[in-house]
Design a protein around this ligand. Structure first.
Ligand code: PEP
Length: 258
């Protein structure tokens, strides 16, 4: 059974004070919610502050990126060990904004996935096609390349520890979410690839999140699909009531997926 997961990606938003207030709002807004795991991913600078707010709750802490080395001359970078020290359990890797604005390629993302796993973090590996790629019918080829590249060289036991996020680039921050049908066909395809990369059992147990303009009013039909194991939420995660409403809907959709 797969427990649904909702991950908040705050991107480059929030001073420590703002992040603390938002985390408090989420914590309070989610009192009593069950059947869903929740992870907040603030900017690096707010990890300690948010970790303090989440202490003693069931909400997890995550980061938005990590370097692949444990330490070294990598100005501006943050290592997996540093994240673990701050209480992170999860790290988002290969987000389309990292690919687009920071030139991250699959080989680099693969190094990051390996490093995260080696430090006991759960990587959330993001894949997704651009609009132009969907229009020319390349969606499956694009996500297959990203998935195979990101997981290259991993054994089945390591693949089993990875969470996938299907995030069509044209849906991120645009207000245009993928339809449940569009998401389901890609999720099912990715699950099939996981079966090849690891095993049928690993594929069946893997959580595949949908991300791209998830809001309280569109999450219901998405999470009603057994193929969709939760959401990676950007914009709507910056407002505690909206994010809490999304999590409540996911929790109410019913615990484990088959
Ligand atoms: C994201 O940043 O991963 C994302 C899905 O953003 P938004 O929800 O704003 O589309």
């Amino acid at each position: 059974m797969r427990t649904p997961l909702v991950v908040a990606n705050w991107k480059m938003h929030g001073t420590c004070a703002e992040a603390r207030t938002l985390a408090l709002g989420v914590r309070e807004g989610l009192q009593g919610v069950e059947g869903v795991e929740v992870v907040l991913c603030p900017p690096f600078t707010a990890l300690a502050a948010v970790g303090g707010v989440l202490a003693g709750s069931r909400l997890g802490l995550g980061a938005q990126d990590a370097h692949w080395e444990a330490a070294g001359a990598f100005t501006g970078a943050v290592s997996p060990a540093m994240l673990v020290e701050l209480g992170c359990r999860v790290v988002i890797l290969g987000h389309s904004e990292r690919r687009q604005h920071f030139g991250e390629r699959d080989e680099m993302i693969n190094q990051k996935v390996r490093a995260a796993l080696a430090h006991g973090l759960t990587p959330i590996l993001c894949v997704g096609e651009r609009e132009e790629e969907r229009e020319r019918g390349a969606t499956f080829a694009v996500v297959e390349t990203q998935l195979r590249g990101g997981l290259a060289g991993l054994g089945a036991a390591e693949v089993a520890r990875v969470v996938l996020a299907y995030e069509p680039v044209w849906a991120i921050g645009t207000g245009r979410n993928a339809t449940p049908e569009q998401a389901v066909e890609v999720h099912a395809f990715l699950r099939g690839l996981l079966g090849e990369a690891a095993s049928k059992e690993v594929a069946q147990a893997a959580r595949i999140l949908y991300g791209g303009s998830v809001k309280p009013d569109n999450v219901g039909p998405l999470i009603a699909e057994p193929e969709i194991d939760g959401g990676l939420v950007g914009g709507a995660s910056l407002r505690a009531p909206e994010f809490a409403a999304i999590v409540r809907t996911v929790g109410a959709a019913g615990g484990g997926r088959p």
